[in-house]
Design a protein around this ligand. Structure first.
Ligand code: AMP
Ligand code: GLY
Length: 428
């Protein structure tokens, strides 16, 4: 294939961005991938640049200075701030939704009204700005009940309340701004849904889309999915929970009405749509939308793409129709996230990390919370430190590869779950 010499800038600093950079750099169309701000691990493999990621001007200036051909925006904050609009207004191609499209993640209240308007299945709900009406609505709910901050809360804004007292406390604390600042000034009170969760990622361009392999992640810190929520302790793809015909059902009852609904609202949705689903006895229901690739789901989904990712990102960014025949490998992939013990509460940082001299075939190291210290060593700098990814012809092989790598990475407070994928293995 002709080398088009493209220069790509990936925005963000976590494991998701490391994977995006790796996959983009494998494209024969790409000459160089830069990451901003990246992290100390990513900087061993890619050129990194500093950027104020919450400031659109800083992003636009960087993209202009670097003369990049495409900016791939990783996290939700710049998307919700309108970074893609700012880049496109300055003639820079960018992958991701406009600020209007990003409301699907930035406002849960907006999303619930949108889902209701277009008859897309989701939990029964009410949106509230004030305590009085919220408490009145709570009186009509059965327990458990779910109370959510409407705005962005870094994955922490959802409380599953087992008692009425817990729900009342959540309502007061969110609406007063105490627990989530401005993000909690509007809340959603929602019916508790029972079932198994799975997520569907789609690369979208208006009403056309490419659906990526279905994945499951483990949000809870402890084995058996116990304990507090985290950013994600591990994930795998594909999942055999979802058959072809179930996927067709999701596309018909959820994805198509969402994209056509957005169009009728005047939103030409481009970028990633991440559909968080609960498979209930009454059928699949939308738990949430994100407007970016999931972390750590990206690390297991994108390696399964057999075709080149770059043309898909370019077409989406340009608003062109996406191909319908995108190929995926028949392999499986798993990531186990190595964290600093104590996460998601307080944890130590600055611990020197030792890595194997060579990375075995079928496995890959993904850098997340990493810095380079004054001696040039890579050290832990976050809760989620490193991802160990395994790929193989079966999920069992992928798991073997991922866990064998986990055993070869050392730092003092290393903690990881030993049971990633347990639901999948209990089904087979
Ligand atoms: P969200 O950010 O809305 O996806 O919520 C984060 C997590 O909270 C989800 O992945 C679910 O595990 C849980 N959750 C959210 N909404 C509900 C619900 N209505 N019923 C049960 N669990 C929920
Ligand atoms: N892993 C869940 C998320 O990225 O939101």
């Amino acid at each position: 294939m002709k080398n088009e010499g493209l220069k790509i800038l990936v925005l963000g600093s976590g494991g998701r961005e490391h994977t995006l950079a790796k996959i983009c750099s494998q494209s024969p169309k790409v000459d160089q991938v830069l990451v901003a701000p990246g992290n100390g691990g990513i900087s061993k493999e890619f050129e990194t640049c500093s950027v104020a990621i919450e400031d659109n001007e800083s992003i636009v200036h960087l993209a202009q200075d670097l003369k990049v051909d495409l900016v791939v925006v990783g996290p939700e904050v710049p998307l919700c701030n309108g970074a893609v609009d700012a880049l496109q207004d300055n003639g820079i191609l960018a992958y991701g939704p406009s600020q209007a499209g990003a409301r699907l993640e930035g406002s849960k209240a907006y999303t619930k009204d949108f889902l209701a308007k277009y008859n897309i299945p989701t939990a029964a709900y009410g949106n509230f700005h004030e305590v009085g009406p919220a408490l009145d609505y709570l009186d009509t709910c059965t327990l458990p009940v779910v109370v959510k901050a409407s705005g962005l809360a870094a994955g922490k804004g959802v409380l599953i309340c087992l008692s009425k007292k817990d729900a009342e406390d959540a309502i007061y604390e969110m609406l007063s701004g105490e627990s989530f600042g401005e993000s909690g000034r509007e809340i959603v009170i929602e019916e508790y849904l029972e079932g198994e969760e799975t997520s569907l990622h789609l690369i979208c361009s208006g009403e056309s889309f490419v659906s990526l392999p279905m994945s499951q992640d483990h949000k809870k810190v402890g084995e058996g999915d116990q304990g507090p929520n985290t950013g994600g302790m591990g994930a795998y793809a594909p999942t055999n929970l979802v058959t072809e015909s179930m996927l067709d059902g999701f596309l018909e009852s959820i994805v198509k009405p969402t994209l056509s609904g957005l169009k009728s609202e005047g939103v030409d949705f481009r970028g990633t749509l991440y559909v968080g689903l609960m498979l209930t006895k009454q059928g699949p229901k939308v738990l949430e939308f994100n407007v970016r690739f999931g972390d750590p789901e990206t690390q297991v989904i994108l390696p399964l793409l057999e075709d080149d990712l770059i043309p898909l990102l370019l077409k989406s960014a340009r608003g062109e129709k996406l191909p319908t025949n995108v190929k995926f490998t028949q392999e499986s992939s798993m990531i186990v996230v190595l964290t600093s013990a104590g996460y998601p509460n307080s944890y130590p940082t600055g611990e020197v990390i030792s890595l194997p001299d060579s990375i075995p075939v079928g496995s890959e190291i993904i850098y997340a919370g990493i810095k380079v210290n004054e001696h040039g060593n890579i050290v832990s700098a976050g809760g989620r430190v490193i991802g160990a990814v395994g790929t193989g012809e079966s999920l069992e092989k992928a798991r073997g590869n991922a866990y064998s790598l986990c055993g070869q990475i050392e730092f003092k407070s290393k903690y990881y779950r030993k049971d990633i994928g347990f639901r999948e293995f209990s089904r087979t």
